[in-house]
Design a protein around this ligand. Structure first.
Ligand code: FES
Length: 129
């Protein structure tokens, strides 16, 4: 399978791997087909993401997508992070092989879950795609 140099780089040297103690939002999603799981932790000040970490038990494409997605939403507002699509993540990685595109969906979904976890904790209605 052909992976881009960027995918290999983010797979071999993942950025923002780990967890955040006292995070303001956690999102955990799984892919029922492959069983891979991704967890995203957010630290939020006002409406801005000041810190983000991930834990991914999954394939290389899922790890590279988590790494890239966390880089892309760091310092962004919740709304900007919400709008990050799996397509944008895949593009930032210079593309994913077609059968691996679904792996980048985990990142988009985990970010949405983490944002909604934060929003629910504030007693507000969760956002919808
Ligand atoms: Fe499961 Fe990639 S094969 S996320």
């Amino acid at each position: 399978m052909d992976y881009s140099a960027k995918v290999m780089d983010h797979f071999l040297n993942p950025r923002n791997m780990g967890s955040i103690e006292n995070s303001d939002g956690i999102g955990e999603v799984g892919n029922a087909k492959c069983g891979d799981v991704m967890k995203i932790f957010l630290k939020i000040e006002g409406d801005r993401i000041t810190e983000v970490k991930f834990q991914t038990f999954g394939c290389g494409a899922a790890i590279a997508s988590s790494s890239m997605a966390t880089e892309l939403i760091k310092g962004k507002t919740l709304e900007e992070a919400w709008r990050l699509s799996n397509k944008a993540v895949a593009e930032a990685l210079d593309g994913l092989p077609p059968i691996k595109v679904h792996c980048s969906m985990l990142a988009e979904e985990a970010i949405h879950e983490a944002i909604n976890d934060h929003i629910r904790k504030k007693g507000l209605e969760p956002w919808i795609d």
